[in-house]
Design a protein around this ligand. Sequence first.
Ligand code: PRP
Ligand code: ZN
Ligand code: MG
Length: 226
Amino acid sequence: PAIESKRLRIAMQKSGRLSVDSQALLSSCGLKINLREQRLIAHVENMPIDILRVRDDDIPGLVMDGVCDLGIIGENVLEEVSLQRQLDQENFDYEVLARLDFGGCRLSIAVPQEENYQGVQSLDGKTIATTYPRLLARFLKQQGVNARIVMLTGSVEVAPRAGLADAICDLVSTGATLEANGLKEAEVIYRSKAVLIQRKGLTDAGQLKLIRKLMPRIQGVMQANE
Ligand code: PRP
Ligand code: ZN
Ligand code: MG
């Protein structure tokens, strides 16, 4: 008897910059997802696929650890997690299946609006809060700036007001979050878009067949959007 394939697991952001477009992409590919469910796992009704809705920052690790088969994630987050895992000597393998046409954003340093920012050297001796310490450290090193990095996994934008940091380094898309928190963009350190990634070592024939069926649909949706 044929061995039954496991359901394909796709990780996407639960809420934030990528969630609406990620959901739209999957829907356009024919996946029927029950969007009303506010659950961690949403079953796709018409295909052997489960959607895991998680924090975007957790997606690279889930794919690299093989917990999820595919993931939709920003290149910046992927790069940050890869750098961190290399340092920790953890597995950081993955494969990029497609570069997507959404999720454009930049990783930027932002300072309080009232501050008279005079260039990177103004950051010398300052404390910067971020969820992306590796990318920030790399940038500061390149620029020869000595700043203290404070790692926060969420609500980074409130750190200056809360007195936890002088500046932040976070993702900016529309700029609404910075604006709402009295911050202004000072330096862009990384630009990125969303990508579709696959875990290494995926060998299940049924799952591979399903991915081969989905890929042309994804390419088709992106061409239609051009
Ligand atoms: C990022 C960032 C800001 C927001 C910026 O959050 O941390 O909160 O996007 O977007 P804007 O410029 O359009 O306001 P993300 O989507 O990564 O969610 P998270 O903070 O929960 O990880
Ligand atoms: Zn995030
Ligand atoms: Mg955020």
